[in-house]
Design a protein around this ligand. Structure first.
Ligand SMILES: Cc1cc2nc3c(=O)[nH]c(=O)nc-3n(C[C@H](O)[C@H](O)[C@H](O)COP(=O)(O)OP(=O)(O)OC[C@H]3O[C@@H](n4cnc5c(N)ncnc54)[C@H](O)[C@@H]3O)c2cc1C
Length: 470
């Protein structure tokens, strides 16, 4: 299958649905003429909006202005799978990067995310489809069994076996029945949301909190204390860049970041078939691939299936390969058919994609550009819906010049490995992507992966990098 049954396009169903519920409002006015603020934020996704809210809460006297190139939610914050989690499920990956003490510190900090989002949404009376039903990782091929075990062992090793509970194939089948699912592990710390409703609720909250918002306002040049846009210059002593994948084209972040595409397909509502396969508990699910499949149900009985096998970017440019790549959407659809054959007759209604900002150690980083008051953060590596809540707090502390729990977080204080420059990054990354995809396809079909693919797939880890997941 090289083409999906519907071609990927934007806006995502999530954003379209959320905008329709708001009555398709006009965007906030673009910046026209020069202006000043105390803090200027670039990027109207979760990171920029949580930063703006944290700043207004902690320093209400500050004038905060947010500039967004399109509309809030246009980027991955309005397109993602809606999995919200901290770091317990990532323990096997973060232990070797951070060491046990810092990994635990981060996992504990992450425990605040879901309650933080829940309380915030409840206080504002916002329905963001928050469903706190945990996440299953299922093995869908013998080669994926080891990942399940690693997760269980890592949580037990740090004294938190409750955060990764092993499931037999029978226990997996009680939650969702599929002939290809083997063992599994249940991570209680995960919720799902409607990403479009979340980002638009954050936009409403920012406006209510007195943030000045300009949409349709792309920042074309960033200088100390000054942001250039087509309509005028915004001057502010503190600048926060929350542009996610776009930072891949901006030094100094470009040394540590690259972009991969991630695509999803969304089915028509099929609540009766979901009941037949027993998937009514609302669990988010991932398989054990490195370029994983991620899938979930929605409040209206649809299934969203995602695939992290999208193309790798070049030189930081965010072009059509991140929103119009039919073959990646087709791989997401093939995943839906293979992993959930009980939904064989269900029609795919929509497909879309977006860029994933991947850092060399697979964790986001938040920094101040040396010698300036320009703060930035990125590198969520496909795992930013929940962590952007932390990121907003860290960036607010950096802009306030604070020395606190946020600026001392491992996400702000560790050193991040550098990636090779272009064209080696694109060529090397492309080779590794091909190799991993070849290995994982062969493993699912019960074949031994070709030796060349195995050797190339091992390269990033040998070089201390964690490239190549959702
Ligand atoms: C298909 C897909 C599925 C995903 N699924 C999940 C998931 O299930 N769980 C999870 O945790 N993560 C997931 N992610 C990742 C997650 O969506 C991101 O990590 C998160 O949304 C990042 O938020 P952000 O605010 O940093 O960036 P963004 O949402 O990208 O926001 C950045 C904003 O900056 C704006 N911008 C860019 N350049 C400029 C400029 N020059 N001037 C002004 N504005 C600019 C953009 O228009 C954009 O609105 C997924 C991503 C994709 C693409």
């Amino acid at each position: 299958m090289s083409r999906p049954s519907v071609e990927p396009r934007l806006p995502s169903w999530w954003l379209e649905d959320a905008l329709a519920r708001e009555g398709n409002p006009e965007p906030a006015p673009a910046l026209t003429g020069d202006a000043t603020a105390d803090v200027a934020i670039v990027g109207g996704g979760y990171t920029g909006l949580w930063t703006a809210l944290a700043l207004r809460e902690r320093a209400p006297e500050l004038r905060v202005t947010l500039l967004e190139a399109e509309i809030c939610g246009h980027g991955p914050s309005g397109r993602n799978g809606g999995f919200v989690h901290g770091y317990w499920a990532s323990l096997p990956g973060i232990l070797p990067v951070l060491g046990e003490a810092q990994a635990l510190e981060l996992a504990r900090a992450g425990e605040q995310i879901i309650p933080g989002i829940r309380t915030w949404a409840e206080e504002r009376g916002e329905d963001i489809w928050l469903r706190e039903a945990g996440m299953l990782e299922v093995s869908a091929a013998p080669a994926q069994d080891g990942g399940i075990e690693n997760a269980v062992v890592a949580a037990a090793r740090v004294g938190r076996p409750d955060q990764a509970v092993p499931l037999t194939p029978e226990a997996v089948a009680e939650r969702v029945s599929s002939p290809v699912f083997r063992d599994g592990v249940f991570f209680p710390e995960c919720a799902t949301v409607h990403p479009g409703l979340l980002v638009r609720a954050l936009r409403r909250a920012a406006l209510d909190a007195g943030v000045t918002l300009h949409e349709g306002t792309p920042v074309t040049a960033v200088r100390e204390g000054e942001l250039e846009t087509p309509g005028g210059i915004l001057r502010a002593p503190e600048v926060v860049l929350a542009t996610n994948a776009a930072l891949t084209g901006w030094k100094p972040a470009s040394h540590n970041l690259t972009n991969f595409g991630s695509y999803v397909v969304l089915t028509e509502p099929a609540p009766d078939l979901l009941a037949e396969i027993g998937w009514t508990g609302g669990e988010a699910i991932i398989d054990g691939r490195m370029f994983l499949h991620y899938f979930r149900t929605t409040n209206d009985g649809r299934v969203l299936m995602g695939s992290g096998t999208g193309p790798i970017g070049f030189g930081g440019s965010i072009d059509d390969r991140f929103s119009r790549d039919g073959p990646t959407a087709a791989r997401a659809e093939a995943g839906l058919r293979r992993l959930l054959p009980g939904l064989a007759g269900v029609r795919v209604e929509r497909a879309w994609g977006g860029p994933i900002d991947v850092s060399a150690d697979h964790l986001p980083f938040f920094r101040t550009k040396p010698g300036t008051r320009i703060h930035y953060g990125a590198g969520y590596s496909g795992h930013g819906v929940g962590p952007a809540w932390l990121g907003g707090r860290i960036l607010a502390s950096l802009a306030l010049g604070a020395d606190d729990e946020w600026t001392r977080s491992p996400l702000a204080a560790r050193s991040v490995p550098r990636l090779p420059g272009e064209p080696f990054r694109r060529v090397g990354g492309g080779l590794v992507r091909w190799a991993i995809m070849s290995c994982e396809a062969a493993e699912e079909q019960g074949r031994r992966p070709p030796v060349v693919a195995r050797a190339a797939a091992a390269l990033p880890r040998l070089l201390g990098m964690e490239l190549g997941t959702r």
